[in-house]
Design a protein around this ligand. Sequence first.
Ligand code: NAD
Length: 293
Amino acid sequence: MKIGFIGLGNMGTPMAQNLIKAGYHLQVYNRTISKADELDQSAITKCKTPAEAATDVEFVVTMLSEDEILKEAVSGEHGLLHTLPKGGVHISMSTISPETSQLLAGLHHLAGSHYIAAPVFGRPEAAAAKKLFVCTSGNTEAKERARPILEALGQSVTDFGGDVGGANVLKVAGNFMIIGAMEMMAEAFTLAEKNGLNRTDVANFFGATIFNAPIFHNYGKLIANKQYEPVGFKARLGLKDARLAVKLSQTSETPMPLATLAHNRLLTAVAKGGGDRDWVEAFGKGVTDDAGI
Ligand code: NAD
């Protein structure tokens, strides 16, 4: 089956590779189309616009960086909304605000197509290993039709209801938990280091005992070892996610002092030129720098 795929960044490329492995032919669009050279050329058609990628398909997947860029790819001059056939489904997998999902779902509704939110948890390595956790929300029938595509991308698909912004709220809450955990680990490991302990031993102990969970294993190891490469998730995009959390906390009158603190940590890293470095570095190095080590 032929589907549209838009956005070949750190996440989109391994996701596209898995869809090809699952037998799909992809009509791909990316701002820099040479990124498509990494894909099996016999399984793709390169497109010049999002509209071209969504032509004559039942599904189009987007994995673009942020809200405004996604909106342009949907409803801009060359947007996919103009060509996605009636009844077609836009599977929107970026981390964006629930408001953007609601807006885009409304535009699709007017055009006779569907929009579902399907943000994911997992870094590019997890995407490559088909280990993403996919969260969905939106129109029930469209979600059911999209399920085989989502199952080809991850280890689980969990639904968060008919309100199309639901999965986006979940994703913003989850990334807030990750940045809160990174700040906490960076502070704890630095405290241990400054008081004579080996930070890797500290991380290993907690990861194996009272903090035995993937975030503490994976991010814990990177922070403990001060390992900030390769860049899996840019601090600039992490800042975007912290901003989404702060904004949602404001619009829903939910005080979140920790979100503000983590937002400032990322803002500082970006302001100092680290926007394209991994977000782990913003926390790991941010805390060790503050502590003078
Ligand atoms: P990336 O920066 O590697 O890729 C971004 C994509 O957006 C690319 O295809 C790029 O061409 C496109 N893009 C950026 N600016 C553009 C513009 N002005 N015009 C047209 N296209 C533009 O980002 P990524 O790490 O692949 O993340 C993609 C999405 O997935 C983001 O919403 C991110 O928050 C989310 N996400 C990332 C991770 C991760 O670990 N990397 C994990 C889960 C979710």
